[in-house]
Design a protein around this ligand. Sequence first.
Ligand code: CP
Length: 308
Amino acid sequence: MGLKQKDLLGLKDLSREEISLILDTAVSFKEVLGRDIKKVPVLRGKTVVNLFYEPSTRTRTSFELASKMLSADVINIATQTSAVQKGECLKDTVLTLTSLGADYIVIRTSMCGAPHFISTFFQGHVLNAGDGINEHPTQALLDMYTIKEKLGKIEGLKVLILGDILHSRVARSNMFGLVKMGAEVGVCGPPTLIPKDVAKLGVKVHLDLDEALPNYDIVNVLRVQLERQRQGMFASAHEYYEHYGLTTQRLEKNKHLLVMHPGPMNRGVEISPDVAESENAVIETQVTNGVAVRMAVLYLLLGGESHE
Ligand code: CP
């Protein structure tokens, strides 16, 4: 059992069946997380390299934990302290890692398409851990896993993705994945942060949060990406919060809403601290599920090679 492709570059190119396979496989790995000894020999003898050109807490740590729980050897490369600082290009870095015996490269970068580029010459497995504003496939997979775990299904549920859709790789991967899995997907945010042709992906567009929110089962609140903003995308953090912040008053109007956030959160900008810590929120469960989902992906990319 496994995936046909050698890499996970995005959800745009995965079928509904492949997404279901990953989510179903992650259920068994979540069980491993509950054991006293959280270790299975699936990737024994394999080397996973985490190559992160951008900061990360959740994704990098959970890929490291997932790899270790599968018995792989793990190397973390923070580019701030690597030869990248001496001018080494991405291709030479990857060729160096190949010579050192990397079997997997997990890459995060601000360059859209960098994982796709290295997959053309790296013989091992490439996992996209976020490439610019393009995709963050394992985040969307763990979001879908969490929806299924909490609500029993994905098909037919209404999911609102709220906030900075324009700069969000999490939004793009979620839209590709959720639409394929049969969810009804909406996006909501300031007009300047909604991509022009987003409706072509099969999602509804809302500009008024108060009007949209009561019609949804789930809201996935995105971080306002202050580092990727150009001037004038919205007036101020205060104004953003007033119109698009997920507040207790807004939650009162839809008491059964499942509240998700990929993290890291800007409390008081896109979400209030009360909502983030409310019973509706599953933000910490998302983080835990990220380990199980990443174990499933690492395992399934081995295809026929893996131990059953
Ligand atoms: N959700 C997410 O990608 O978080 P990190 O930036 O901490 O990895």
